[in-house]
Design a protein. Structure first.
Ligand code: SF4
Length: 365
């Protein structure tokens, strides 16, 4: 790690190193093996902050970082030297429950980070069995393993959310989805899920969608109770996007920009976000140029290192080097400060949780 770092720097640099290099597990753990969002790896709480860390990708075998237990506590070691104590959350209480039809609640929604309930509402994507599938995406893998159900109903989501609120003190919800052929059917269902959840809880809800052709669908989501929205371009390097997310490259960049603008008008500044994945082979400047464009629009650029998920088209790749991520986070956090954007102002979703990115740690400068 860089010389002259203070303790705060060391903690946030450690987070970046862990997400880039992975963590070898040498302690007995109860752990998940698949699912949406950070679909492999574990969540650890490092200095009070949740962090998702890869544990299963092939690159992890080379990591100097191990998780070990000592006297009932978990510690991160670097090449055998203790670095930091961490907390490893246990299996959430609501995972023990099932619906009246016998569907495990964990097949309907999973805990992301330590306080976010995440569900992939439609677990299939029109692009999965096509040349346009996103290379980093594992949306249908958990369906193939029967670890989830194809479509989550609004009532199922409400039932699980109420249990997770009661037993695990969740604070917000993320609803994502595979892309349907009919955007109206897709977003109308997401809106119904928001509406039913909001009828019985006050949990803030984040919804992730492709940029809709009909801006009225963004209005519908807002009217149904969605608090924040994610419209993810993934990369601002057009060549990389054509390879990594051909279905998104096929959309005009202008459609993303107009959707971000419409969404900011409806949901407000800082309540709209876009994932930017680092480590897809992009020109390094493209991330910062893209982040600058997003910040100008009031959209939070949620920069994450590539997470190569076993079973996906990119499973053999490694995440970007930690030093490259630290440089990106430093530049991007300066842009966030100039624009008055922050993870803390986001009401719900991946930005609010922050566990898949090191960026929140760099916002303070
Ligand atoms: S559009 Fe891409 S990222 Fe989204 S579900 Fe389909 S394949 Fe996955």
């Amino acid at each position: 790690m860089p010389a002259g770092s203070n303790q705060g720097d060391l903690n946030r640099h450690l987070s970046v190193h862990l997400q880039s290099m992975g963590l070898r597990i040498e302690a007995p753990l109860e752990r998940r093996t698949g699912g949406a969002g950070p679909a492999e790896g574990i969540t650890v709480i490092l200095k009070g902050r949740p962090l998702t860390v890869p544990t299963l990708g092939s690159f992890v075998e080379q990591s100097p970082y191990t998780l070990q237990s000592r006297n009932g506590e978990h510690h991160i070691f670097n090449d055998g030297s203790p670095l930091s104590q961490v907390t490893v959350p246990g299996i959430p209480g609501y995972y023990q429950l099932t619906t009246a039809q016998g569907i495990p609640y964990s097949s309907i929604a999973l805990l992301h980070g330590d306080r976010c309930l995440g569900s992939t509402v439609f677990q299939t994507c029109r692009y999965w069995n096509s040349p346009r599938r996103c290379a980093f995406c594992g949306i249908e893998l958990s369906l193939q393993k029967s670890a989830t159900v194809h479509t989550k109903s609004p009532e199922q989501l409400l039932e699980v959310a109420q249990a997770a609120l009661r037993l695990d003190r969740i604070e917000h919800i993320t609803l994502t989805t595979g892309t349907r052929a009919d955007e109206s059917e897709e977003i109308t269902h997401l809106a119904a899920c928001c509406s039913v959840i909001k009828s019985q809880t006050s949990l803030p809800i984040h919804v992730q969608i492709m940029p809709p052709t009909d801006p009225g669908l963004l209005e519908l989501l807002k009217a149904s109770g969605a608090d924040t929205v994610g419209i993810h371009i993934e990369s601002f390097d057009d060549d990389v996007l054509r390879k990594a997310a051909p279905c998104k490259a096929a959309l005009d960049r202008g459609r993303f920009i107009s959707s971000w603008k419409e969404a900011v008008t409806i949901f407000g500044r800082n309540q709209v976000s876009s994932f930017l994945i680092a480590g897809l082979g992009e020109k390094p400047d493209s991330i910062i140029e893209g982040a600058a464009l997003l910040c100008d629009l009031g959209v939070y650029p949620f920069i994450v290192p590539l997470r190569p998920i076993p079973g996906t088209l990119l499973e053999a790749q490694s995440p970007p080097a930690p030093d490259a991520m630290i440089e990106i986070y430093r530049h991007a956090s300066a842009l966030l400060r100039q624009s008055g954007l922050s993870w803390e102002k986001s009401k719900a979703g991946c930005v609010r949780c922050g566990a898949c990115s090191g960026l929140p740690d760099y916002e303070r400068g």
